[in-house]
Design a protein around this ligand. Structure first.
Ligand code: FES
Length: 108
């Protein structure tokens, strides 16, 4: 499978998240304050909550429901109640396009 274009860079505001779906996989795409783009599994591992609805802070995103923050780099939760990581996906930037293949996990 090849990477799918999920959005353009200009559609991603700094410090904000966008929920996209590729091949049935919900992915939270974040452009951080350093303009780095991250892609992690969108579903919080503590409950059925979209992480893209949470709060971006540096290279973390916080679930709005109970406050677990996840590293955008490793997918690991940094505080309870979540304790299982979310997957992290490799992101390819091609010009203005953001491409993700949900089959390709990023090495962390
Ligand atoms: S559902 Fe995300 S921290 Fe509880």
């Amino acid at each position: 499978m090849t990477a799918t274009r999920v959005c353009t860079l200009s559609e991603l505001e700094q410090d904000s998240a966008l929920r996209v779906e590729v091949d049935g996989v919900a992915i939270c795409v974040v452009r951080d304050s350093s303009d780095e783009v991250h892609a992690i599994g969108d579903v919080c591992t503590h409950g059925d909550i979209s992480l893209a609805e949470g709060f971006v802070d540096g290279d973390t995103i916080e679930c709005w429901a109970h406050g677990s923050a996840f590293s955008l780099r490793s997918g690991k939760p940094l505080n309870l109640p979540a304790y299982e990581p979310v997957p992290v996906f490799a992101v390819v930037i091609d010009g203005d396009d953001v491409l993700i293949d949900p089959a390709v996990k990023k090495e962390v």
